[in-house]
Design a protein around this ligand. Structure first.
Ligand SMILES: [Zn+2]
Length: 434
């Protein structure tokens, strides 16, 4: 009776369920056979022959002691010993390192260089990298009980990156949205800052295209490098700036004619300011209430805002002077003089006869002399004559040397072609919806 009942039940189970049951059963059998598999005699002997060391134990039991990467910049009075000791490397390990061949490579450590050490919690040093410059360094790697020390060279690659941005609000915000790095946007503003006022001149729909470099060291992106070329379209005016190496250390940007994009003068002597009074030969004076020519431009700004020298030059005058209050005069090349009034105070380096660099802070906004509130009164004199600083055409900084003009033209036309090629590819992709 019972047998027939079981058979009936089995017959009612669908075929696929039966197959699954059989497979499951076989799997269980396999697991139990493997699990209970005895070591052969040979296995046992080789196991016994293994010397019982901590290292072999940790190997067998797969104990992983993590090495932590620690980095330190070498300071005065540091020695390799004190640095590694501070990083938690055991004294025995440091001695092992010092006793390794070629450890003299590590004997001259210099302030400002970097040491990277990979140390575990037992004070074991796995690897040490001494970076003495971006391109090369010294590596020490543990092999058995000592270290293999050698000099290495990094593989440096420069990769060109192209970006095209349509400005919606500000150049900076629009650029960030298109993943243009912050430092590149700062450079872009600097390069074009002589022609474009980024606070007042930018309109939605303005565009810029740039090719810049990324520096890759040993496969890892290290820095966003320099802009090689930028094309800025501001209110239907196009500005092109091409980077050109003047020598090993100095590079500048030039337009397609080979003129320096930098001007000999900055447009404004106070960064965060607004123009409260323009150059006007028939102005009513706000304090004296008489008609007196206003032979300069007033920049209203918070008291204490830094004032920049608008061009390279030499300090002619720096002291209190009646209505002008604290006054600075700077003599620039040829016959240009700039004058700054109502300063709260002078910067420490502003002394008569001293050389001043363009952009250098010479003093701070105040309201000394005849002034209603904190502002800078700024004048621009050409050949001893007052000139409207907002209208005068500034001379360019030094153009490309005529001996290098050919080489420059070749380079700039290559970069222009590159820019256009990238732009074409982007247009194609947009057109085909890629
Ligand atoms: Zn004024």
């Amino acid at each position: 009776m019972l047998v027939t009942e079981i058979l009936t039940i089995l017959r009612n189970i669908p075929m696929k369920h039966v197959l699954a049951m059989i497979l499951g059963f076989l799997l269980l059998v396999c697991i139990s056979i493997l699990g209970s598999k005895d070591f052969t005699e040979e296995d046992k002997i080789s196991e016994l022959r293994k010397p019982l060391k901590l290292s072999s134990l940790s190997e067998d039991y797969q104990i992983e002691i993590p090495y932590i990467e620690k980095e330190v910049v070498i300071k005065r009075n540091d020695s390799l010993f004190t640095i590694l000791d501070n990083l938690g490397v055991s004294k025995e390990n440091i001695i092992k390192l010092i006793n390794s061949k070629k450890s003299d490579l590590l004997s001259k450590i210099e302030v400002g260089d970097k040491i990277k050490a990979y140390v575990n919690e037992y004070g074991e040093l796995e690897k040490l990298i001494y970076v003495d410059n971006i391109k090369s360094g010294i590596r020490a790697e543990r092999v058995d009980s000592s270290y293999v020390i050698s000099r290495y060279e990094s593989k440096i690659e420069k990769v060109k990156v192209f970006k095209h941005v349509v400005i919606k609000d500000s150049m900076y915000m629009s650029g960030l949205r298109e993943n243009v790095p912050d430092s590149v946007l700062m450079d872009l503003a600097y390069i074009n800052g002589w022609d474009i006022d980024f606070t007042h001149d930018i309109r939605p729909g303005d565009t810029f295209s740039i090719v810049y470099e990324e520096v890759i060291i040993d496969g890892e992106k290290v820095i966003d490098g320099d802009i090689l070329i930028s094309e800025f379209n501001n209110r239907n005016k196009k500005f092109i700036a091409v980077r050109y190496d003047l020598d090993e250390q100095n590079s500048e940007y030039f337009n397609l004619e080979g003129e320096n994009v930098k001007k000999a003068f900055l447009r404004s002597p106070v960064k965060l300011s607004y123009i409260s009074s323009k150059y006007n030969l028939k102005r009513r004076h706000p304090v004296l209430h008489t008609i007196r020519a206003h032979r300069g431009v007033d920049y209203a700004a918070n008291k204490g805002s830094p004032i920049r020298a608008t061009g390279d030059g030499t300090v002619l005058f720096a002291e209190y002077n009646a209505g002008c209050g604290n006054e600075i005069k700077i003599k620039h090349s040829e016959d240009y003089v700039t004058r700054y009034c109502h300063l709260d105070r002078f910067s420490a380096r502003t002394k008569v006869g001293r050389k001043i660099k363009q952009g250098q802070t010479i003093g701070y906004v105040g309201s000394t002399g005849l002034a209603t509130g904190p502002h800078l009164h700024y004048e621009f004199h050409v050949n001893g004559k007052h000139t409207d600083p907002l209208k005068v055409k500034f001379p360019n900084a030094s153009p490309i040397r005529s001996s290098e003009l050919m080489a420059y033209k070749e380079k700039s036309s290559d970069l222009i072609n590159e820019l256009q090629k990238y732009q074409y590819l982007i247009d194609q992709r947009e057109f085909y919806g890629g």
